[in-house]
Structure formats: structure tokens, C-alpha cells
Design a protein around this ligand. Structure first.
Ligand SMILES: Cc1ncc(COP(=O)(O)O)c(C=O)c1O
Length: 355
């Protein structure tokens, strides 16, 4: 048995893989593979409508929100966002909390006047109460889960007159989201919702038409919303994978149940980390993530030995982010309790032998 704890792409539940295997052979008596469906046809229109419906149900979306199914990954959103929502000289507030928010800030700086309104310190996120939010900003952006450092906001910031925007790539649909506080949230799907190639944007309608810039049509929120995300060919198969994941999430009890599963899984590893000084968590207990568990061992040589022995035991893709090092276990929606228990048991055993 092999278990993957990769950051991307992540594991898919066996039930989802089984459904997709059938879909690839034939999509629901259509006489065609799910890979062959024309994006302009009725079958695909139905798939998009179902995926949207599932998201509406899971997120309990208010009526004035739109769901966009886009390409380019979350990294493209780093630029698409200011292109669509801000003028070149307009201030946009950004929270700097780690690797991915830094990348978002760097990209946005080419398109708007970025103001960093709060910065984290090692192992800690800047608390929302300390953010210097200003009323003249086009929006306020933060990263709900910093995947490289293993940091996660457990309390979402309050809404204000300035639209609140979150990169939720690492923890989208791993827990309930008070969506009405947000102007826009975005997430690429290869971690918690299936395959690479799809980026979901949930946006409040009043933000769709905020720009006078010439935005490329496929990146233009208003045009994509008007065209039901079909300005150009959407990532059809990744959308089918997301639909299967969404249906699975609902059948497994929705977002409250997903949160409970993720807290239980991560709790197994944090219990070991908290036991003594052998496994050293990178994040402070207040801000540690329930989906990206990052830690080091007492010496860098032990990190490598841990990775080698874990791999030999079938526990794969545990190397930390290149900018941070150490060990990282990603416990996204598709990672099972069984996989997490196998890792916890390996960690106990490794500590007994090497500690
Ligand atoms: C929080 C966060 N934002 C953005 C990204 C980049 O996503 P993509 O590879 O889809 O551009 C990642 C990837 O790991 C991430 O964890």
C-alpha cells in the first residue's frame, strides 16, 4: 500500500476514482467518453450546471454570487484579480503572511498600487485585528492557508465596505466558509477538488464590472460570467472531476463533516508533534493548519533519513516546500484517515528508533 501526502496533485477518494473510470469509458449513456464531450453541447452544459448547483448547495451561496470555472491556476488569479478589480494607480490592500501571499503581492504589483497592510512573523499569521485596512482600497487580499509554512486562518476576517478577497487554494471546501463576508474567493482544484487545470472563482456580482482596462477575454470576469465560463474552451475533464468530488463531499456530510475529518486527521500528527521536542512544528499552535502539517526534526540529516525511510514504507511526497525545507504532510480532502494513521504510526516508530 502506498499513501501520498503531495501538495499537488493530491489524492482522490476511491469512490471518485471509480466513478471517473466509468466516465472515461462513457459519460452517462451519451455514447462518448467524458474526455470527448464538446464544450458547446448539452451534456457539458448539464455538467457545468450540476457542478455549480453542488457548489451553491455546499457553500449556501447568496443569490448575488457567480461561480466561474477558469484556467491558469491560482497563480494566474494573482494578476487577473487586480486586472479586473483595480485601476493601475488604485491602492489594493494585501496581507503578507508567507510564500503564497508574497507571490500574489509580486504579481499584483505589476497591475495596481499594492499596499502591504500586515506582515506575519515566523510561525505566526498577522491577526485580522492588526490589519491596517483602509476605506480607499479597491479590495483587501489575504491567503487563508499558507501551504509552504503550514499556517491557516481559523477565524475569517470580518467584512467591511472594501471587498474582502481570499486565495483559498489550499483549504477551499475543507471547512465551512462565511461566503457573505467575501467579495471574491478563488482556488485551483488540484488540492481539494480534483485535477489540475481548473480554477474556481466565486465572485459577488457587483464586482464583475469594475475595470476599464482591456482584459483578455478569457481572463475577464464579466465576460466569463456572461458566457457561463465558456468564452473559450473550459477545462472540461477537470470540471467533471470537480463535479464528482463535489457530489462526494455532499454525500459525506458536507463542509462541517469535511472540517471534522480534517481536524481529526491533522490532530493525530499534531499530538505527536506536541509530545516532545523530536518533531518540531513550524507553525504556532494558534495558526497551524489542518491541511498542511509542516515540521522538522532535530537535525537536517534526520529530515532526509525520515523522508527516505517513509518512502520505503510507502509514505510518499512528504518533502517540505523548497523555500522552507523540512517535512510537509498535506492532508487534503481526498487523503484518508487510514493514510494519516499510517503516517502517525511511522512517526512514532521512527522517533522510537532514532530519537
Ligand atoms: C495557497 C496557494 N496559492 C496559490 C498556489 C498556486 O496554485 P497554482 O499552482 O494553481 O497556480 C498554491 C499552490 O500550492 C497555494 O498553495
Amino acid at each position: 500500500m502506498r499513501f501520498s501526502f503531495a501538495s499537488a496533485s493530491s489524492k482522490l477518494p476511491p469512490e471518485v476514482l471509480a466513478a471517473l473510470t466509468t466516465d472515461v469509458v462513457e459519460w452517462q449513456a451519451s455514447g462518448m467518453s467524458a474526455l470527448e464531450l464538446p464544450f458547446t453541447g448539452e451534456d457539458f452544459a448539464d455538467i457545468l450546471a450540476q457542478a455549480e448547483q453542488e457548489l451553491w448547495a455546499l457553500l449556501q451561496l447568496p443569490k448575488d454570487y457567480k461561480v466561474l470555472f477558469l484556467q491558469g491556476g491560482a497563480s494566474t488569479q494573482f494578476s487577473t484579480l487586480p486586472m479586473n478589480l483595480a485601476g493601475e494607480a488604485q491602492p489594493c490592500d494585501y496581507v503578507l503572511s508567507g510564500h503564497w501571499s508574497r507571490r500574489a503581492i509580486e504579481a499584483a504589483s505589476n497591475w495596481c498600487n499594492v499596499r502591504v497592510i500586515a506582515s506575519g512573523s515566523e510561525g505566526s499569521l498577522p491577526e485580522p485585528a492588526s490589519w491596517r485596512r483602509s476605506p480607499d482600497a479597491a479590495y483587501c487580499h489575504f491567503t487563508s492557508n499558507e501551504t509552504a509554512e503550514g499556517l491557516q486562518y481559523h477565524d475569517y476576517p470580518e467584512a467591511s465596505s472594501v471587498p474582502l478577497i481570499a486565495d483559498m487554494t489550499a483549504d477551499f471546501l475543507t471547512r465551512p466558509i462565511p461566503i457573505e463576508r467575501f467579495g471574491l474567493v478563488y482556488a485551483s482544484t488540484q488540492k481539494n477538488l480534483g485535477a489540475a487545470g481548473l480554477t474556481i472563482v466565486v465572485v459577488r456580482e457587483d464586482l464583475l464590472d469594475r475595470t476599464e482596462r482591456a482584459v483578455p477575454a478569457s481572463l475577464d470576469y464579466a465576460r466569463q460570467a456572461a458566457a457561463s465560463s465558456k468564452v473559450n474552451t473550459p477545462p472540461t475533464f477537470a470540471i467533471i472531476v470537480a463535479l464528482r468530488m463535489l457530489t462526494w463531499l455532499r454525500s459525506e456530510g458536507g463542509l462541517d463533516a469535511a472540517a471534522a475529518r480534517n481536524i481529526a486527521k491533522s490532530g493525530k500528527l499534531y499530538t505527536l508533534i506536541d509530545e516532545d521536542d523530536f518533531y518540531r512544528g513550524l507553525a504556532s499552535p494558534r495558526d497551524r493548519s489542518s491541511v498542511s502539517i509542516c515540521f522538522r526534526l532535530p537535525e537536517p540529516e534526520l529530515d532526509q533519513l525520515f523522508l527516505d525511510e517513509a518512502h520505503a514504507s510507502g509514505l510518499c511526497h512528504l518533502k517540505g516546500h523548497p523555500n522552507v525545507g523540512g517535512i510537509r504532510a498535506c492532508l487534503y480532502n481526498g487523503v484518508t484517515a487510514e493514510a494519516t494513521l499510517a503516517l502517525a504510526s511511522f512517526m512514532s516508530d521512527f522517533k522510537r528508533r532514532r530519537g
